[in-house]
Design a protein around this ligand. Structure first.
Ligand SMILES: NC(=O)c1ccc[n+]([C@@H]2O[C@H](COP(=O)([O-])OP(=O)(O)OC[C@H]3O[C@@H](n4cnc5c(N)ncnc54)[C@H](OP(=O)(O)O)[C@@H]3O)[C@@H](O)[C@H]2O)c1
Length: 260
């Protein structure tokens, strides 16, 4: 239930579709932006690894990191098709399918020189692999632990705790709800890039509120690319300026904001 205190009016920016306020300008994008700028304190040229890179937070992290001057940008995802799309459309340099073998081997091949920052949406084996791959003064941004949501009894990841001392690694988790004050800064940073087309929207749209549970479960099972958005079919259709054609019931797509 949403209380009046929870409600805030949205600013409107020319050429920015309403769904952007749920994806890259919403809590998802804010999580990615806070993770990079406040928790990692990301520096231009640094090499980055992002787990669940094809998800809402993962695609936003990739796009924002590119614009912040990332060096090598490596991700993991659940299929070769997702990996391919992240390289072609989002700007990742290398993406591995985490089903293809031990995470440490796959990450070692994708980032042979190591990484400076790990943005972790997944936890588990990929977190352990990243500890090994991090360079001196590396940072781990703990955003989520989706690999354990359905397997709470799974053993925690095993990694060498000495690495944290010897490589001066810092690991920090956060909740985006404690960083609402960064919202305006995200608008200032991201809106011009949305308007110029340098940021495209990564969304999986599910039509019909009656499918909201399916959409949520589909997100947990990796059926989404980018932010999962459930659209009320009874609402007025978006104009042709923002939607090219009536989408199928579930449609994953990347689209540019319509320039003003
Ligand atoms: N700290 C915060 O304030 C905050 C805010 C927002 C979200 N989060 C967390 O951030 C994470 C990402 O959220 P999101 O909304 O952007 O979700 P999402 O990444 O859009 O969707 C989840 C993705 O996780 C992947 N996945 C599912 N099971 C997996 C497993 N066992 N191992 C590896 N990957 C798995 C799936 O992609 P594949 O096909 O690639 O497997 C799926 O598409 C979640 O853990 C969420 O709880 C935290």
């Amino acid at each position: 239930m949403v209380t009046p205190e929870d409600v805030r009016p949205l600013p409107r920016f020319d050429g920015v579709p309403l769904t952007a306020y749920l994806s890259v300008l919403g809590g998802t994008g804010l999580t990615a932006y806070v993770g990079l700028t406040r928790i990692a304190r990301f520096l231009e040229g640094e090499d980055l690894f992002v787990s669940a890179a094809a998800g809402g937070v993962g695609t936003a992290t990739g796009r924002l990191a590119r614009l912040l001057g990332a060096g090598r940008l490596v991700g993991s995802a659940g299929s070769a098709a997702k990996a391919d799309r992240l390289i072609r459309e989002v700007g990742y340099d290398a993406v591995f399918d985490y089903h293809d073998g031990p995470a440490a081997d796959l990450l070692g091949r994708a980032a042979p020189g190591g990484i400076d920052v790990f943005v972790d949406n997944v936890g588990g084996e990929q977190l352990a692999a990243a500890v090994g791959a991090l360079r001196e003064f590396g940072r781990i941004v703990r955003i989520g632990t989706i690999s354990q949501y359905n397997t709470p009894d799974a053993p925690p990841p095993r990694f060498d705790h000495a690495d944290f001392v010897e490589k001066s690694i810092r690991m920090e988790g956060f909740l985006v709800s404690n960083y609402r004050d960064v919202q305006e800064e995200l608008y200032e940073f991201a809106v011009p890039h949305l308007q110029s087309g340098r940021i495209a929207l990564d969304e999986t749209v599910v039509d019909g509120f009656e499918h909201i549970v399916d959409a949520f479960l589909g997100m947990l099972r990796g059926r989404n690319t980018g932010k999962t958005i459930v659209r009320d079919r009874t609402a007025t259709r978006p104009s042709a300026r923002t939607t090219a054609a009536t989408p199928p019931r579930t449609a994953a797509h990347t689209r540019a904001a319509t320039p003003a």
